[in-house]
Design a protein around this ligand. Structure first.
Ligand code: TIU
Length: 221
């Protein structure tokens, strides 16, 4: 039975039997000092602030028994899945694959590549290592979701305008109905988070829907 969730630009039609939560890249690389986000010159403290809300959102999906996907932006140790252009880009103090205080940046298995403890995946939840910003590129995730009959995606994670937005746009083109939980996503740049939300809900929800966690909690209670 469809649940109507108050949202912008109009109520989101959540399908309990076909919904999955996607938590994008809540890994130490972006959220703690010494990681990739820090190496790019960002204030990482902004991102840590959404951990409690994101934990509550994950708790809601676990309580309902609904599917949960966790992603990590992660490369193979030999960086064979990382385009040289991605390594070259920018003026970072440390580059992808180089060693920082939490191990090699954005490399699978390194301490910095782990999801923060408070949001750690549980057995049975899907964990995706993605070499790109988007969650569908070179991951096989679409096929996994199709096998589970998932048509509706609820999004959280970081950063709003980079990996979350890219993933939500990729999902849109694959026919998913996407809802972003606005207090469970964050950017290093508050103006970019705000602009991303506005562009998603503009034009009748050209990318999808946006709502705070409290609205989702009330609607599915
Ligand atoms: N730099 C930045 O804002 N984000 C990323 O590099 N990756 C993700 O958003 N996960």
């Amino acid at each position: 039975m469809t649940v109507s969730v108050p949202a912008r630009p109009y109520p989101y039609p959540l399908e309990p039997a076909h919904v999955a939560l996607v938590v994008i890249d809540m890994q130490r690389d972006f959220i703690e000092k010494g990681g990739f986000g820090d190496s790019l010159g960002n204030d990482v403290a902004r991102l840590e602030a959404i951990v409690p809300t994101t934990a509550d959102l994950i708790g809601l999906f676990r309580a309902k028994g609904w599917a949960i996907v966790h992603t990590r932006e992660a490369h193979l140790p030999d960086l064979s899945d990382c385009p040289p252009a991605k390594i070259r880009r920018g003026n970072a103090s440390l580059r992808i694959g180089e060693t920082g205080s939490m191990g090699r940046l954005l490399v699978r298995g390194e301490p910095g590549n782990q999801i923060v403890d408070a949001l750690a995946p549980m057995a049975g939840e899907i964990v995706i290592d993605k070499p790109g910003k988007g969650m569908f590129w070179a991951t096989g995730l679409h096929e996994k979701l199709q096998a589970l009959g998932i048509t509706h995606l609820v999004f959280a994670g970081v950063t709003t305008e980079v990996c979350v937005q890219t993933s939500m746009r990729e999902a849109n083109d694959r026919g998913y109905e996407s809802l972003l939980i606005e207090d469970a996503t964050e950017s290093y740049f508050p103006q970019f988070k705000a602009a991303t939300i506005e562009m998603m809900v503009a034009q009748g929800g050209i990318v999808g829907w946006v709502t705070p966690l409290a609205e989702l909690q009330k609607a599915v209670a």
